[in-house]
Design a protein around this ligand. Structure first.
Ligand code: URA
Length: 436
C-alpha cells in the first residue's frame, strides 16, 4: 500500500477501504506522508466525496491518531452526552445549556475550543469571566465531573492531532467546504473527547458555514451517519443563522446574556434555542422520555433557578468570580457605547448575521488569526429581529468599542446590516428541522 495509489483510487471515484484510510491518516499524522500528498488526497475527497462508511473510517482514523478520553468510566452507568455547534454569530448556547442539563442530572464533561473568525468559542467567552480557569489537570477534570457533574476545559492538542494537521492544510488548499471532511473533523474531536451521544447544532444561513438548508441537511445527515457507524446516538438540529442568535455578540456581552437567560429572562429566540438543544440532550441521556418532557424539565430549571445555581457552582469550582452574576460590571466594559438609530419607521427586513460577525472580528471580539488577542469587552447589542416594527429614531443596535477608530470602522461596516422596509415582513423561522 502507498499514498499515491490511495490518492489515485479516490481521485478516480472508488471507495477506499478502512485499511487504506487508516494507513493514509496514520502515516500523515506521523509525518511519513508529506503535506502535498495529503493536499491531493483532500482535493480528491472534495471532488469525489466519501460514503458514510468511508467517512466513519476517516473519523475513527483521526480519533486513533491521539488520546481518547474515557469519560464514561468517571460516571459509570450514565450516558455522557456532548453538544456541538457548527458556529454562528452570538452563539452562547453552551453557557446556558450545560448548567440546564447538569441541573437535570445529566453529567457534562466537555472539552471546547477557541474561536477563529466570527464564530466565537466557548472558551473565549469563559475567559471573559474574571478568574475562570479553563485549564485543569486530568485529575481535577475527573474529580469535578464525578462530584459535581459539570466541568468544561480547553481541548488539549493530543485529541485527534491528525485532524488538527489536516484542518490546517485544508484551510490553505481550498478543501474546507467538503461534507465528509467537515463531518470527520467535527466528529473525530467529539468521539476522542469521550462523547457517547451527541447533539449537533448545525447552523444554516449567511452567518454560518452552510449557507443553504440543503447543504446543512447533507452535513447533518453525514454526521448522524458517522454517529450510527461508530455506535454513538447522534441528533442534529438545523438552526437559522441569517440573523444573530439572541441580542448580544462579543464575549462579556454574551456572558451577560447567558446570565439573563439563566435568571429567567433574556431574548425569546435564545431561550427557545437553549431549551430545544437541552431537551434533545436530556432525551439522548435517558433523563427525559420525550422531547416534550425534556423541554419542560429545561424550562423548570430556568424558572426555578436550578440552572442558575448550577452555573454559580460551576463558576466557583473553576475559580470564576461568582459576583458577576449580580454585578456584570465586574467584567470588562467598553469605553464607547454608541447607539445606532433607525433612519425611518418600518419593518425590519434584514439583520445580517454575517456583517455583524465580520464587524465583531474587526472590533476585536474575535480572531482573524489564531494568534490575535481578543478584547472581551467589545461587541454589539442588537435590539431588533427580522419582522419587528420600528419607529424612526428607535435604537437598532449599540456598538461597544474600546478604540475610536475601530468604532468608526464598525459604524461604516454596519451601515446596511439592518434593513427596514415599508411593507410588513415575516419573522424568520428559527429551525429547519431535526436529523436523527
Ligand atoms: N469545524 C471543524 O472542527 N472542522 C471543520 O472541518 C469545519 C469546522
Amino acid at each position: 500500500m502507498n499514498a499515491l495509489d490511495i490518492i489515485i483510487k479516490k481521485r478516480d471515484g472508488f471507495v477506499l477501504t478502512q485499511t487504506e484510510i487508516d494507513y493514509f491518516i496514520q502515516q500523515y499524522a506521523d509525518g511519513a506522508i508529506p503535506d502535498y500528498q495529503a493536499a491531493a488526497f483532500a482535493m480528491a475527497v472534495y471532488f469525489q466525496g466519501m460514503t458514510p462508511v468511508e467517512t466513519a473510517d476517516l473519523t475513527m482514523a483521526m480519533v486513533k491518531s491521539g488520546d481518547q478520553v474515557d469519560i464514561a468510566s468517571i460516571r459509570p452507568g450514565e450516558i455522557v452526552v456532548d453538544k456541538h455547534s457548527t458556529g454562528g454569530v452570538g452563539d452562547k448556547t453552551s453557557l446556558v445549556v450545560l448548567p440546564i442539563v447538569a441541573a437535570c442530572g445529566l453529567p457534562v464533561g466537555k472539552m471546547s475550543g477557541r474561536g477563529l473568525g466570527f464564530s466565537g468559542g466557548t472558551l473565549d467567552k469563559l475567559d471573559a469571566i474574571p478568574g475562570f480557569k479553563t485549564q485543569l489537570t486530568p485529575q481535577q477534570f475527573s474529580d469535578q465531573l464525578r462530584e459535581h457533574g459539570l466541568v468544561l476545559v480547553g481541548a488539549t492538542g493530543d485529541l485527534a492531532p491528525a485532524d488538527r494537521k489536516l484542518y490546517a492544510l485544508r484551510d490553505v488548499t481550498g478543501t474546507v467546504p467538503s461534507i465528509p471532511l467537515i463531518s470527520g473533523s467535527i466528529m473525530s474531536k467529539k468521539l476522542a473527547s469521550g462523547a457517547q451521544a451527541i447533539v449537533l447544532d448545525v447552523k444554516v444561513g449567511n452567518g454560518a458555514f452552510m449557507k443553504s438548508v440543503d447543504n446543512a441537511r447533507d452535513l447533518a445527515e453525514m454526521m448522524v451517519a458517522i454517529g450510527k457507524e461508530t455506535g454513538r446516538q447522534t441528533v442534529a438540529v438545523l438552526a437559522n443563522m441569517d440573523q444573530p442568535l439572541g441580542q448580544m455578540i462579543g464575549n462579556v456581552l454574551e456572558v451577560r446574556e447567558a446570565i439573563d437567560v439563566l435568571k429567567g429572562g433574556g431574548p425569546q429566540d435564545m431561550i427557545e434555542h437553549c431549551v430545544t438543544i437541552a431537551a434533545h440532550m436530556l432525551v439522548l441521556g435517558n433523563i427525559a422520555d420525550t422531547l416534550e418532557s425534556g423541554r419542560s424539565m429545561a424550562q423548570t430549571t430556568l424558572r426555578e433557578g436550578y440552572a442558575l445555581n448550577k452555573f454559580r457552582k460551576w463558576l466557583s469550582l473553576q475559580g470564576g468570580d461568582v459576583n458577576i452574576i449580580e454585578d456584570a460590571t465586574l467584567m470588562a466594559t467598553a469605553t464607547f457605547q454608541q447607539p445606532i438609530y433607525a433612519a425611518q419607521s418600518g419593518y425590519v427586513a434584514q439583520v445580517n448575521a454575517l456583517t455583524f460577525g465580520e464587524a465583531s472580528v474587526k472590533l476585536g471580539a474575535g480572531r482573524a488569526q489564531k494568534t490575535d488577542v481578543i478584547d472581551h469587552a467589545v461587541g454589539f447589542e442588537v435590539l431588533v429581529k427580522v419582522g419587528d416594527y420600528v419607529e424612526a429614531g428607535q435604537t437598532l443596535y449599540i456598538i461597544h468599542a474600546n478604540d475610536g477608530s475601530k468604532l468608526a470602522t464598525a459604524t461604516m461596516q454596519l451601515q446596511n446590516a439592518v434593513e427596514i422596509e415599508d411593507e410588513a415582513v415575516d419573522a424568520l423561522p428559527q429551525f429547519f428541522g431535526v436529523v436523527s
